[in-house]
Design a protein around this ligand. Structure first.
Ligand code: NAP
Length: 339
């Protein structure tokens, strides 16, 4: 099997490349002209350097995408702009996906796996303690969340349009928060980090985390499993941490942060106040909290992973304890391992 991987230099992408090489695939990685290839080369050296090919160009260029997908059976589109201005996010995530899906359709690939995000769901209709699964709709008001989520919803919409028109054998993977060595596990799902202060939002709710190696395996399986075209799969591990546990362990095992907890009942009113002041001050204070964002991020919910288990034959092999142990060890060393 020959696979094209975009985003292969990134946190998840490197693990996807490693998993593909371990399974004997030939892997072509589409990199930006400016991407560093050092860590990717190290991954390949450990798993099959002779089966890794690197091509460089811009995913917004149809001629580059045609060359990148030529001769590939499966495309794993992992790349995404994660931060930046809305225009950058839309160019990198929506326009690039549109151009790449067009090229994949022309080339007649067997499968196109799009790595999306659990953040694309509209959660307003999911009550406290309710189930967030693949039956939830895409967020109809993602522009009220943040530019990244907005671009990921638009990216999916572009890919689904190509699928519906019969141009793309699409499978979508929607990971929760990806953690592991090489990433800080105190993310925005836990709360807001201000220097050495962690403002924990609620703290008792389970957070939809997935270890990077577990997630990479799900992504690879999405390119292999039979009969799953046109489906989306949430990828969340079996054992989920709470923000309170994560911060407590972080303080013990890594250190260097203080903690303040905003109780769950106070998140809504605080977000409302923040929105009001943002408007009242004509934008002096950025709307870091809004009621819409807060209910999407911090309302307690359940995150089943049955569809990925049944449809992809996936199991999260790395448990929470082992995953956190290696993540904290990497953070302690200050030079996070990237395995
Ligand atoms: N991290 C999470 O918690 C999380 C959760 C849910 C979903 N996801 C999704 O998982 C995927 C990978 O995320 P990650 O955490 O691995 O991100 P990451 O470490 O920031 O890696 C992003 C990758 O995408 C490439 N890239 C960025 N913008 C690009 C562009 N305009 N054109 C071509 N390549 C570009 C980067 O290349 P360079 O080396 O050139 O920068 C890098 O290889 C993304 O699709 C993301 O939306 C992530």
């Amino acid at each position: 099997m020959t696979a094209l991987v975009t985003g292969g230099t990134g946190f998840l992408g490197r693990h996807v490349v490693a998993e593909l090489l371990r399974r004997g695939a030939a892997v072509r990685c589409a990199l930006r002209p400016t991407s560093s290839e050092e860590e990717l080369r190290a991954v390949a050296a450990a798993h099959g350097a002779d089966r890794l090919e690197l091509v460089r160009g811009h995913l917004t260029r149809p001629d580059f995408c045609d060359r990148a997908v030529a001769g590939c059976d499966v495309v794993y589109h992992v790349a995404a702009e994660m931060t930046g201005a809305t225009a950058v996010l839309f160019l990198g995530n929506v326009v690039a996906t549109r151009v790449l899906t067009d090229a994949a359709g022309r080339a007649g690939v067997r499968r196109f796996v799009l790595v999306s995000s659990l953040g694309v769901y509209g959660t307003a209709g999911v009550p406290t303690g309710g189930v967030l699964d693949e039956t939830c709709p895409l967020d109809p008001a993602a522009h009220l969340r943040d530019p990244y989520s907005y671009s990921k919803v638009a990216e999916e919409q572009a890919a689904w349009a190509a699928y519906r028109e019969g141009r793309l054998p699409l499978v979508v993977v929607r990971p929760g928060v990806i953690y592991g060595p090489g990433r800080d596990c105190l993310t925005a799902r836990v709360g807001l980090r201000v220097g050495k202060l962690m403002v924990v939002m609620g703290g008792r709710q389970a957070m939809p985390y997935t270890h990077v190696a577990n997630c990479a395996r799900a992504v690879v399986l999405a390119g292999e499993a039979a009969g799953v075209e046109g489906q989306a799969f949430n990828v969340v591990d079996d054992e989920l941490p709470t923000g309170r546990d994560l911060v407590r362990r972080y303080r013990t095992e890594v250190g260097g942060i203080r903690r303040v907890t905003i109780p769950r009942w106070a998140i809504g009113p605080l977000s409302g106040l923040c929105e009001w002041y943002h408007r009242h001050s004509r934008g002096q204070l950025p709307a870091v909290l809004t009621r819409y964002k807060s209910q999407a991020m911090w309302r307690p919910r359940r995150y089943p992973n049955d569809r990925a288990k049944q449809g992809l034959g996936w199991r999260p092999e790395i448990g929470l304890e082992a995953g956190l142990r290696e993540s904290f060890a990497a953070l302690r060393q200050g030079t996070p391992a990237t395995s």
